[in-house]
Design a binder for this molecule. Structure first.
Ligand SMILES: Cc1cc2nc3c(=O)[nH]c(=O)nc-3n(C[C@H](O)[C@H](O)[C@H](O)COP(=O)(O)OP(=O)(O)OC[C@H]3O[C@@H](n4cnc5c(N)ncnc54)[C@H](O)[C@@H]3O)c2cc1C
Length: 380
C-alpha cells in the first residue's frame, strides 16, 4: 500500500481547499440556527465537479478512484466547516451516484449522471422507515407492479437531502411475503405525483436538509428500477460498503483543525504562571486527539485502497465508520474541555461541531449495528 499523493493529486486537493475558503465558507452560526442549506456553496462544489467525483468524464464527472476521492473529501473537510453541506454531498455521492454508476443501465446513467455529476441535481436515499430503522430489511413500503410501472405506497424517515433533492433511491418490496428477497430499488424523481416531503428539524447537521417522505400511489416507470427486481439487499449492502468506508473522509479533515486550534490554545493559554499544555491532563488529551486523527486517517485510506482495488471491504468499512465517528465525537469533547469556558461559547463553533459529530454515530447504521456486523464476520 502506497498512500503518497502524486503531484496532480496534491494540486487537485489544493484547488479544493482554495475553493472551500473562497466560495463555500458562510456565516455558520446563523445558518446552523436557521437550519439553512448553503445552495451557493453546493453550486460552487458542483462547478468543480465534486458531486461527480467517481463519475466517468464522458458523463461529466471527474473519474476519480476511491483513494483520490477520500483525499479530496478529507481536504474539503479541513477547509470547510459546514459539516451539513459536506454531509449532503456524501449522501448524494454514496447512496445515489455510486450505486447508479455500478448498477444502473446505460440509459439510466445517461439520463441521471450528467446532472448529478454537476450538482444540478441532488440525490438522496430513502431506506429507513418509522418501524424499520436498524432492522432496515423489515421495511413496509410497497412497489406494486402494474404493467410497465411500479406503484409506490409507504413512509420513509430521515431522508437526507429530501427537501432539496431531485431524485431518491427508494427501497420498497414487490412482495412482503418474500421478506428481504422482495426488496427492490427504484430511482424516483421528487417531482412525481404521489410523493410528499416534510422537512425534519435536527439537533446537528442542521445545514443539511432532511425530510420525511410519503408515497401515495406514486407511479414510477419500470425503466427506473436500479438492478433486478428483488436485488435491493445486494444494492443496499454494496452502497453501504462505500458509504461506511468513505462518508467520514471529511470528518478526518475536520478533526485536524479541531486538533490544531486546541494545540495552539494549549500553548498560548496561561494559568498558574505557565501554559496549560504543560499540565499532563491537558497534554494527554492532545496526544489522544493526535492519535485518533492518525488512526482514523489510516483506516480511511486502507478501506479506500481496498475499494479502489475492487476487493471486499465490508468489515473494514464498518470498522472505519465506527472508529472515525467515535473519534470525531471524542475529539470535539476534548477540544471543548481544553478551551474551558470558551469552548462552551457558540462563537467558537465547538457546540455545533459536537452536535454534528454525534449524528455520525447514528447514520449509515448505528455504531452498535457496526459492532454486530464485525462480530458476525468474526464468526461470533
Ligand atoms: C443525521 C441522520 C441522517 C440520516 N440519513 C438517512 C438517509 O439519508 N436515509 C435513510 O434511509 N436513513 C437515514 N438515517 C436513518 C438512520 O439510518 C437510522 O436512524 C439508523 O439506522 C437507526 O435506526 P433508528 O433511528 O430507527 O434506531 P433503532 O433501530 O430503533 O435503534 C435504537 C437504538 O437501539 C439500538 N439497537 C437496535 N438494534 C440493535 C441490535 N440488534 N443490537 C444492538 N443495538 C441495537 C441502536 O443502536 C440504537 O441505539 C439518518 C439518521 C440520521 C441521524
Amino acid at each position: 500500500m502506497d498512500f503518497s499523493w502524486s503531484e496532480a493529486q496534491r494540486r487537485f486537493f489544493d484547488s479544493i481547499e482554495a475553493l472551500a475558503k473562497a466560495e463555500v465558507a458562510t456565516d455558520l452560526v446563523m445558518a446552523d440556527r436557521e437550519g439553512r442549506f448553503h445552495r451557493a456553496g453546493w453550486d460552487a462544489c458542483g462547478r468543480v465537479g465534486l458531486p461527480g467525483l467517481p463519475v466517468p468524464r464522458r458523463l461529466g464527472g471527474l473519474e476519480c478512484d476511491a483513494l483520490t476521492m477520500v483525499g479530496a473529501l478529507e481536504r474539503l473537510g479541513y477547509a470547510c466547516c459546514d459539516n451539513g453541506l459536506l454531509f449532503s454531498l456524501h449522501a448524494h455521492l454514496w447512496t445515489v451516484v455510486t450505486p447508479l454508476l455500478a448498477l444502473g443501465t446505460e440509459e439510466q446513467k445517461q439520463r441521471f449522471l450528467p446532472k448529478l455529476a454537476k450538482g444540478q441535481w441532488i440525490g438522496g436515499n430513502a431506506m429507513t422507515e418509522p418501524e424499520a430503522g436498524s432492522d432496515a430489511f423489515a421495511l413496509q413500503t410497497t412497489a406494486r407492479r402494474e404493467g410497465d410501472v411500479y406503484v409506490l405506497n409507504g413512509h420513509k424517515s430521515f431522508v437526507s437531502n429530501a427537501p432539496v433533492a431531485h431524485v431518491l433511491t427508494v427501497y420498497a418490496t414487490v412482495n412482503p411475503a418474500k421478506g428481504p428477497a422482495g426488496i427492490t430499488v427504484l430511482l424516483v424523481e421528487t417531482e412525481r405525483e404521489g410523493l410528499e416531503i416534510e422537512p425534519v428539524n435536527k439537533m446537528g447537521l442542521r445545514t443539511s436538509p432532511t425530510g420525511e417522505v410519503r408515497f401515495r400511489d406514486c407511479r414510477v416507470p419500470v425503466a427506473n428500477r436500479l438492478g433486478d427486481e428483488g436485488a435491493g439487499t445486494f444494492v443496499f449492502m454494496r452502497s453501504m460498503t462505500w458509504e461506511r468506508g468513505c462518508i467520514l473522509a471529511s470528518a478526518v479533515g475536520t478533526m485536524r483543525p479541531l486538533f490544531e486550534m486546541s494545540l495552539r490554545f494549549a500553548r498560548a493559554r496561561r494559568q498558574y504562571g505557565q501554559n496549560i499544555g504543560k499540565y499532563q491532563q491537558v497534554a494527554a488529551r492532545l496526544v489522544a486527539m493526535k492519535e485518533r486523527l492518525e488512526t482514523s486517517r489510516l483506516l480511511l485510506y486502507r478501506t479506500a485502497w481496498l475499494l479502489a482495488q475492487g476487493r471486499p471491504a465490508y468489515l473494514e468499512a464498518a470498522l472505519t465508520k465506527r472508529h472515525i465517528s467515535e473519534a470525531w465525537v471524542q475529539t470535539c469533547e476534548d477540544a471543548i474541555q481544553i478551551h474551558g469556558g470558551l469552548g462552551y461559547r457558540v462563537e467558537t463553533g465547538l457546540d455545533r461541531e459536537l452536535r454534528d459529530a454525534i449524528g455520525s454515530r447514528l447514520y449509515s447504521g448505528t455504531n452498535e449495528i457496526q459492532s454486530n456486523l464485525v462480530a458476525s464476520l468474526l464468526g461470533l
